[in-house]
Design a protein around this ligand. Structure first.
Ligand SMILES: [Zn+2]
Ligand SMILES: [Zn+2]
Length: 150
């Protein structure tokens, strides 16, 4: 789905939840869409939003990110540095995507394949637990860093 389609869909979600897509919220959402592959912190989102809407305050960005998190438009993640980062949920994704975190360069890659169907089935039957979502980060060495060692 393109940025416009996503924007319309989120607009509808916000509306249904009783919020309006104000220009500041729209600018925040656009920054997330434009940096879809990144995992921006609130401060980084603020930095980019300020270029579009110079009058926006950090509190507004925080609040918008919280609303978008509640609506599950974005997921809050944190990696080794412990900083909360915001990750746009993939269109139609049932579960949160997985991450590959490189321990050498800090690069983060995303895996779209869920791959966890069997694991979830075991968890559900053995622990009588209904799985709604999961978080999975693999820690290791990325292919770029592996190449440097060769
Ligand atoms: Zn991600
Ligand atoms: Zn690396």
């Amino acid at each position: 789905m393109n940025a416009n389609g996503t924007l319309l869909k989120v607009k509808k979600q916000l509306h249904e939840a009783g919020f309006k897509l104000t220009p500041q919220r729209e600018a925040t959402l656009l920054v997330l869409l434009e940096n879809e592959k990144d995992h921006l912190s609130a401060e980084e989102v603020f930095f980019f939003v300020k270029r579009k809407s110079p009058e926006i305050g950090l509190a507004t960005v925080y609040r918008t990110l919280e609303i978008l998190t509640d609506l599950r438009v974005v997921d809050k993640v944190s990696f080794n540095d412990g900083v909360a980062r915001y990750d746009l949920r993939k269109e139609g994704a049932k579960h949160f995507h997985h991450h590959l975190l490189c321990l050498e360069c800090g690069n983060i890659e995303e895996i779209e394949d869920d791959l966890l169907g069997e694991v979830e089935a075991v968890v559900e039957s053995r622990y009588h637990f209904i799985v709604k979502d999961h978080r999975l980060t693999f820690h290791g060495i990325c292919s770029n860093c592996q190449a440097k060692h060769e």
